[in-house]
Design a protein around this ligand. Sequence first.
Ligand code: TEU
Ligand code: CA
Length: 559
Amino acid sequence: MELRSTIRTAWWHKATVYQVYPRSFADSNGDGVGDLPGITSKLEYLKALGIELIWLSPIYASPMDDNGYDISDYQAVAPEFGTLADFDELLAQARLRNIGVILDLVVNHTSDEHPWFVQSRASKQSPFRDYYIWRKPADDGGPPNNLTSSFGGSAWTLDETTGEYYLHLFSRRQPDLNWENPNVRGAIYQMMNWWLERGIAGFRMDVIDYIGKQVDQAIVTDGPHLHAYLHEMNRATFGSRDVLTVGETWSATPGSALLYSGRDREELSMIFQFEHVTQQWDEIYGKWRSRPFDLIKLKSVLSKWQYALADDGWNALFWGNHDLPRAVSKYGDVKGYPVESAKMLATVLHLLKGTPFIYQGEEIGMTNAPFTKIEQYRDIETLNMHRLHLEAGLSPEDFIKGANENGRDNARTPMQWTSGANAGFTTGIPWIEVNKNYATINAEAAMSDEHSIWNHYRKLISLRKAYPVIIYGRFQSYLDQHPDVLAYTRTLDTQRLTVLSNFSARTITFDLPHELLATGRCLISNYDPVDALKTTMSLRPYEAFAVLAEVAGRDGTKS
Ligand code: TEU
Ligand code: CA
């Protein structure tokens, strides 16, 4: 009874979200760049998969220094992506298919071409001066402090016009907005309401943990006013509407997650935390030099987040996005077991408690970009880091090795629709090279093969809609110290779902904890269905399955 009373249901608890990176999804007019009509033309595909929500990476007017994460007009669509009419058409067509559209809210910074910044930099007396973060040079004429940009170098650029530095925690073409200025906050809330009134289903909020920054104390994330601003935003905009909001928060801890997504906080629906996908990053070189995969560590992070948000808050579940490598390349085995390992990863993630996010192409097992030359890369972060790392003495080969593993362009090669020219993404020249493996890895082939990764995703999405235990069941991990097996249960009332998976390319034999022994029904598997959980289990390479069993007593507690 206790469990039931603490559940407050929300429609987005059982939805699966699909992230579209518009530039690389579908090109309708042959200019080599994906666009809104292209997305609209693929809604049937998403509906067939069972998707109820799509998150669009930025579609707004932008000089595209960072592929649209540098916005010059929040209320206009980038011409290369289409028009506002194309957007309304996408929204209407999506609604006809019961698909909601979530927009990317990028309000930590704007483009340097945004009229606010153009006026802000023009003079110290401009009413827009205080929309951004300006500081006098240090005594030696250098930057005010040593804050650095995520894309390399100082976070400060001197602007000759007024002789002051402005802050940019990303590229110098992405000046940071000054959230301490109430006019900035008011203008953003107004813009958000304008989109909400158009009928969108929510927002993904870019680096939202930065907006409370206190630059003079070199505090970037989790500033003192962060949660007050989010609460204010909630009240001023989406709070009265039934939408999904998800914050991108690289700094999140289980503690801050409860502040962001706690049910009585009136902030956000959920956040993306990144602890599970940064486990292999080097302490000094970050993602450009990664450490070997360690399943025990990964499990401890996944479990930690499941336990921490068991009774309050809500997890967003994901393996990849447009900033991260392809999941199957990172955690699976693209050479030996591409299909098995992709299905295994999906099974493990989608049966956890939280709302799953699929990054475009993940559902067909798309892999990292096999680029060998820096000229093949397009991402500003990769190009900047290439220059800086080479200046610091790294060999070009070593840099490419790091970029091959973790660079952002891995996830940005065009969506592979067919085995035809350019993977069916464009009739023109794609803005970034298509991965040659589209001849075998493509949506058309996947949809017509009942054993495909795509059909496995489709099944997971439909299971979530059918079984409350997947949405609300209590999580418990097992075999925490096993180096190859990931095991957990989800329990709701008298139902217990047991998920077993093998993260290795070998057959693994192990003993199951006594309390898990049961015979039930296999809901999903990537080899043959398994329904008996016995003392000694053997899992084939990358095998994963889930067994639903009846257990004694409420919530599985033995009576
Ligand atoms: O990402 C935030 C961010 O911190 C990433 O750039 C991350 O630092 C990097 O990939 C790790 O090396 C968001 C967007 O998702 C990203 O695409 C944007 O470039 C960035 O914000 C700026 O808007
Ligand atoms: Ca186009």
